[in-house]
Write a protein that binds this ligand. Structure first.
Ligand code: CS2
Ligand code: MG
Length: 412
């Protein structure tokens, strides 16, 4: 007879309601079900295969209560530790086990993580426009929806397609930018850093003039600048008092941020593509950033991200968890529980999924007056409807890539 908390079934579920998602479902002998998000945008099936072929056999027969031991086992026993595929797979297991533990405790997950440290989680929305009037409309719309912090992305004269800006206005007015395009091959975009650097400060000047000094404004440079260009952008944006400037340089070079930091007081955020605390070693210890962008999903789950955030807290660095649509509703729920509980919470990205996504994922988190709250259901508060999921089979989709005018590949 297995004990009631023995893991008896583990399923890797792939579905595509509007976009691709990978979900891990762990079931115990007593029939308690936990969910984890295993979505890695554009490489979904690599994580699904890692889970299905290598990790599921290790979980069957194990005790679902042993979260830390399972995390350490999966991290250390692989030998080829770290990396996005492995750490996303570990995250999915970790979050599913936290979901089970909280359900067994009869508590919403945030209670197990120490209880609420605040009444709700400040969330920022995306606003974008192909020109400045369209951008201002988009900001107005997000404010009407209740958002109290807004990320600004805009087209750049002379560049055809820019990260964060929809190529056509959405008929519903909903912000619907989705970078991963379905199809056999990735889309090619173009890029010009000088044109971008000339254009962006004026955009922020106009947005500040229209919406006043108090609205928190954010911007994502999406890994495209050299350190000296990033320093210039940070300096030029200082009059507009950004909440943060994100991913100014390619994230793998931590030392690049030393130069940026020497030149500007614009707060910096980085880390959505990082996977472990090791990726943050230099930039946190030297206080080169202000916000950690890692999500629960790509940084080893609640267990992995909490380690990063506890380290960050010693240096007054706060959370700014990644929350685009490629974080599934399971990942968003996990983020909301953790953000409610930790002390060094900063802000939470909330891009909002296509309404069709809710046919598969039923969530209990709420968004009111600019704040997310995870709700009071035991566990994560997410249910997965497998029948609905089967109506949306996986479709290959790639993130785009960028080339400069002379054909050179650039960072996307
Ligand atoms: C982004 C993402 O939300 C963000 O800040 O940089 O949109 C990112 O491009 C995607 O997560 C890539 O999958
Ligand atoms: Mg980003």
């Amino acid at each position: 007879m297995p004990s009631p908390t023995t893991i008896t079934a583990v399923d890797v579920l792939v579905t595509s309601p509007g976009r691709n998602f990978v979900t891990l479902r762990i079931t115990t002998a007593d029939g308690v079900v936990g969910l984890g998000d295993a979505t890695l945008n554009g490489r979904e099936l690599a994580v699904a295969a890692t889970l299905r072929d290598h990790i599921v056999p290790l979980l069957l027969g194990q005790d679902a209560h042993r979260i830390e031991d399972t995390w350490q086992f999966l991290y250390r026993s692989v030998y080829w530790r770290r990396g996005p595929v492995t750490m996303t797979a570990i995250a999915a297991v970790d979050v599913a086990l936290w979901d089970i533990k909280a359900k067994l405790a009869g508590m919403p997950l945030y209670q197990l993580l120490g209880g609420a440290s605040r009444s709700g989680v400040l969330a920022y929305a995306h606003a974008s426009g192909r020109d400045v009037p369209a951008l201002l409309d988009s900001v107005r719309q997000r404010i009407e929806e209740g958002f109290r912090a807004i990320r600004i992305q805009t087209s750049v004269p002379g560049v055809r397609t820019v990260y964060g800006v929809s190529s056509a206005p959405s008929p519903t007015g909903r912000y619907s930018y989705e970078p991963a395009k379905r199809g056999p091959l990735p889309a090619e975009e173009d890029w010009d850093s000088q044109a971008y650097l000339r254009h962006i400060p004026g955009v922020f000047e106009t947005v500040r003039a229209e919406f006043g000094a108090e609205l928190p404004l954010l911007h994502d440079a999406h890994h495209r600048l050299t350190p000296i260009q990033a320093a210039r952008l940070g300096t030029d944006l200082e009059p507009y008092r950004l909440f943060w400037l994100e991913d100014v340089t390619p994230a793998e070079n931590q030392e690049a941020l030393r130069l940026v930091r020497q030149h500007t007081t614009t707060p910096l955020a980085i880390g959505e593509i990082f996977n472990t605390v090791w990726d943050y070693q230099t930039i946190i210890r030297e206080q080169l950033i202000d916000y950690v962008r890692s999500s629960v999903v790509h940084a080893g789950g609640i267990t992995g991200l909490r380690r990063i955030l506890d380290y960050a807290a010693q240096y007054q660095v706060k959370s700014g968890m990644h929350g685009p649509t490629d974080i599934s509703p399971v990942g968003m729920a996990a983020a909301t529980h953790l953000s409610l509980a930790i002390h060094n919470f900063g802000i939470q990205e909330y891009m909002q999924h296509d309404p069709i996504t809710s046919e598969v994922f039923r969530t209990s988190f709420t968004f009111t007056d600019g704040l997310l709250h995870p709700g009071e259901e035991p566990g994560l508060g997410v249910e997965y409807d497998e029948d609905a999921a089967e109506r949306f089979p996986y479709e290959r989709a790639y993130l785009p890539f960028a080339r400069l005018a002379d054909g050179t590949i650039h960072d996307w």
